[in-house]
Design a protein around this ligand. Structure first.
Ligand code: PEP
Ligand code: MN
Length: 263
């Protein structure tokens, strides 16, 4: 069950050789989408060198417009796998449909369910039938209860390895892309034993506001961060405004050492 039964239980989810959950704070980095071999290999090296423990990269992209870049598909997944072999980093990528589940589960270390699919219940059930760990992103208009119910859909099919991700919700505020609901972190830590990570990139949508929110996320008890990084943000085919440069990423990861892990 996603809901906490025992106040002392705090689950850890193993993704490859990386433990996510209580007692650790991990940073996952990578581009919004895999764009080329050079791009993903360079990013993987930079993420690893800076202390990131996992590589992200979308191959199937849920874009608002059908005319926007939709991702490289299976070619992108193959490039991610190559970057993983080169660096030893486990990989996370989004799965958008039931037809993709089997092959994605065989190809990546962590299956991402995007915000737009948080309540795609048939997809959640299909993912629940695999043994792959799952990164479940909060829907942009979903309550914390709905996020936990979505996790339950996966877990009730037999897959207990769910990591929750707060990625910002829609509010009346327009200064930021979404509103990062940092309150969700302590609330979730009380309500569930599952690990909780924060994605400030999609929450604020603006590169220069990401660093302070990373510090806040760690201080408030998150188990890790999901960050978008690109070798050349100005040329990114997706989410360039929020993409960190390699040097931004390095600075953020190093500065987080100064924030203690909460009890
Ligand atoms: C992403 O991680 O690139 C993404 C599409 O995120 P979200 O589903 O949170 O919008
Ligand atoms: Mn993105």
């Amino acid at each position: 069950k996603a809901q906490r039964q025992d106040p002392d239980v705090r689950s850890r989810v193993m993704v490859g050789n990386v433990a996510i959950g209580d007692g650790a704070f991990v940073v996952i980095g990578g581009p919004c989408s895999v764009e080329s071999r050079e791009q993903i290999l360079a990013t993987a090296e930079a993420v690893s060198a800076a202390g990131g423990v996992m590589l992200r990269g979308g191959a199937f992209k849920p874009r608002t417009s059908p005319y926007a870049f939709q991702g490289l598909g299976w070619e992108g997944v193959a490039l991610l796998a190559e970057a993983s072999r080169a660096t030893g980093l486990p990989i996370v990528s989004e799965v958008m449909s039931i037809e993709q589940v089997e092959r994605m589960a065989a190809s990546v270390d962590l299956l991402q369910i995007g915000a737009r699919n948080m309540q795609n219940f048939d997809l959640l059930k299909a993912i629940g039938k695999t043994e792959r760990p799952v990164l479940l992103k909060r829907g942009m208009a979903a309550t914390i209860d709905e996020l936990l119910a979505a996790a339950e859909y996966i877990m009730s099919e037999g897959n207990p390895n769910v990591i929750l991700c707060e990625r910002g919700i829609r509010t009346f505020e327009t200064a930021t892309r979404n509103t990062l609901d940092l309150s969700a972190v302590p609330v979730l830590r009380e309500r569930t034993h599952l690990p909780v990570i924060v994605d400030p990139s999609h929450a604020v949508g603006v590169r220069r506001w990401i660093a302070p929110l990373c510090r806040a996320a760690k201080a408030v008890g998150a188990h890790g961060l999901l960050l978008e990084v690109h070798p050349n943000p100005a040329e990114a085919r997706c989410d360039g405004d929020q993409a960190l440069t390699f040097s931004d990423f390095r600075t953020i990861v190093a500065d987080l050492e100064r924030i203690p892990l909460p009890a």
